[in-house]
Write a protein that binds this ligand. Structure first.
Ligand SMILES: [Zn+2]
Ligand SMILES: [Zn+2]
Length: 201
């Protein structure tokens, strides 16, 4: 039971850090079996994963997989080394994956901005094309409008000229008519005067 009392649990990290010193006390205080205090713990049972004494190995673990302590220690050390190597490999793989993901992410960003630029460029081209088309149509409309305006102006000028000519002709005729009747009237008047004169005489 002295083993259990002095038993302390250390982490692997603590052992690695070198803070835990393997005490020679263990040599003086050799761990003994709990069931057989006169027996040293010198056998490792793989099946039960525990250290046992020779008596226990015969009585309780006869059909189990048993190995000597030095072999068990080497096996355990090897397992730990393998585990550490595996963790290291996993870490490397993880770092590679992180790096690959980062590259993929950068590629995605580049693709994204390229696609956006392509869309905007295409839109700019279309807008420029539409503006060109607009300018062409406006110019054409202006031309047609100016043509029509010229036609209308010419027609109006012609109409006005015809109105003036008609008015002139009318005036001329009225003048002729007036002149004619005036002449006739004055003639009649003259004749009348004549008659008056004759009557007076
Ligand atoms: Zn025992
Ligand atoms: Zn066992």
């Amino acid at each position: 039971m002295t083993v259990m009392k002095s038993h302390k649990i250390y982490t692997l990290a603590q052992f690695r850090s070198g803070k835990i010193v393997y005490k020679s006390k263990l040599r003086e205080d050799i761990p003994r079996c709990g069931n057989h205090p006169d027996q040293n713990l010198n056998v490792y049972c793989n099946t039960c994963e525990q250290v046992i004494c020779t008596t226990c190995s015969v009585l309780d673990h006869a059909k189990h997989s048993l190995i000597g302590l030095p072999v068990a220690f080497e096996k355990c050390k090897k397992q730990i080394e393998e585990l550490v190597a595996k963790v290291g490999q996993s870490k490397t793989e993880l770092n590679t994956t992180i790096e690959k993901t980062s590259i993929s992410r950068k590629k995605l960003d580049i693709m994204f901005s390229n696609t956006k630029k392509k869309i905007s460029d295409k839109a700019d081209q279309e807008v420029a094309k539409t503006r060109q088309e607009e300018q062409k149509l406006l110019t054409e409309t202006d031309r047609i409008y100016q043509e029509r305006v010229t036609m209308f102006d010419a027609a109006q000028a012609k109409n006005r000229k015809e109105v003036t000519q008609t008015e002139n002709k009318l005036e001329e005729k009225e003048r002729d008519h007036l002149g004619d009747s005036f002449w006739k009237k004055s003639h009649r008047l003259q004749k009348g005067n004549h008659q008056d004169l004759q009557d007076h005489v």
